[in-house]
Design a protein around this ligand. Sequence first.
Ligand code: LM2
Ligand code: CA
Length: 454
Amino acid sequence: AAPPPGNDGRSVIVQLFEWKWTDVAAECTNVLGPKGYGGVQISPPQENIVLPSRGYPWWQRYQAISYQLESRSGTRAEFAAMVQACHAAGVKVYADAVINHTAGTWPDGTRGSAGSSFTHYDYPGIYQTQDFHHCGRNGNDDIVNWNDAWEVHHCELVDLADLATGTEYVRNRVAAYLNDLISLGVDGFRVDAAKHMPPGDIAAIKSRLSGDPYLYQEVVYGAGEPVQPSQYRGNGDVIEFRYGQQLSAAFEGGTLASLSSLGNGLEPGESSVVFTDNHDTQRSEAALTYHDGALYTLANVFQLAWPYGTPVVMSSFAFTDKEAGPPSSADGRTNDVSCGSGWVCEHRQTPIANMVGFRNAVGSAPVANWWTNGGNQISFGRGSQGYVAVNREPAALSRTFSTSLPAGTYCDVTRGEVRDGACTGPTVTVGTDGQFTASVPAMGALAIHHLARV
Ligand code: LM2
Ligand code: CA
C-alpha cells in the first residue's frame, strides 16, 4: 500500500486550513500543481454551526448541521469549480469529513452556515434523536474513560451529538453525503474523529462509497488505550500522531542524530499519514509550528526528505488566540488569502515547496550515506537520486559529503530552483567519487536531487 495522494508519484498533501474554495482553486493552478503537491486537504465543506457570540472560531466547522455544501469557504458551485481547477493542475482533493457527530448544545436561534435551524438531536430532514448514541454514562453522555473502548466509540466527544453509526439509516446518510462529494470529483477523505467510531462502522460506510476514495483516518495514539490506530488499518491509512511529536521533540530539545531511527516502532510508514503539526496540534501540543521560524522550516525539510509516511504540510492562518477563526471581516466572512498578511502559507516557503519536488524525485529510494556529527548536524542520501543536509547549529557546517549521486552540478533546492537551465540559488558539484564540498548555513539546509541538475 501507498499509491495516493497524487498522480505520477506526487507524494505530498498540503492542508489549506480554512481557505476559501476560490483561493484553493487559484493555489492549485498557480502553486500546488507547479510545485508538485499531490493533494490538498480542505476544511470541512458541509453546513456547520455559526457562532458570532464566540467570534466565529475555527472549530465551528467541526460541528455539522447538514450536508449542504455551504460554509464560509464558499458555495457548492465554488466547491465544484475548485475540484475541477485542482484536477486540471494535477492535484487531488481530500475533504475533511466530519461524520462521527453533528453539533453540541447551543441556544435556540443558533443557525447553520446555510441558514438551517436545529436543536441538539434534531437536524430537520436529516437526523432525529433515534439517530444518535445516548450512551447513558457520566451524567451527560460525554466520554470520560478513555480506557473503555465502548465509551470512546459510543459516548459524546465534548458534547458533540454522536451519530449512531451502527444503524443502516446513519450509514446510508453519511455515505450519501460522501458520495455527493465524490460525484463532484473529491478523491478521498480525512476521516475526522475516526477514533470515535468503531472500525467496523467506518468499513460499513466505506463499502457504500462509489469508486475507491483514499481514506486517512484520525486515530490519535494514546499509550495503553484500548482503541489503537492499528485497528483501523483495514479501512485505509491512519494518521500517525507520534511521528510529529517525535520529530518536534528531536528538533526542539533532543538531537537530530536521533532522527536516524524516526519511524521505528510506529505504525508502518506505507499506511501512515504524518505531519509536523496540524490545526489541532499547533494549538495544543508542544509541536513545532510556524511560530518557531527557521527551526520549523528545517523540521519540514527533514520530514519531506525522510522516507516514512505520507506527509501533510500545514498551511496556517496566523494566530495568538487559539480559538480565533481565519482572517475575516467583522461579520465572519473569510478574507481572500494574502500570504504574509494573516495567512502564513508555510507551503510556499522555498525550502518547503521545493522539498516537495525532492520527495517526488527520489520516490522510494532508501536512505543511504547517513552521516551525523553526533549532535545537531545530519546528512543523508536517498539512494543515488538525492542528498540532503540539515544544520541545526548557530554556525555554518563546512565539510566534504559522501554521496551515491552521479557526478555533476546540482541546484540546492532549499535556496533555489532550476529555471531556463540555470539554478537561481547556489549549486554544488559532485565529483566522480560521489563527493562534494559545501557550506550549509547556520540553521539551514542543503538539498540536491537528480531532477534539478544544471
Ligand atoms: C477532531 N478530530 O477528532 C478535530 O480534528 C478537532 O479539531 C475537533 O475539535 C474534534 N475532532 C471534533 O470534530 C474541535 C475543537 C474543539 C471543539 C470542537 C467542536 O478542538 O474545542 O469543541 O472542534 O467545535 C467546541 C468547544 C467545546 C464544546 C464543543 C461542543 O471547544 O468546549 O464542548 O465545541 O459545543 C462543550
Ligand atoms: Ca461515536
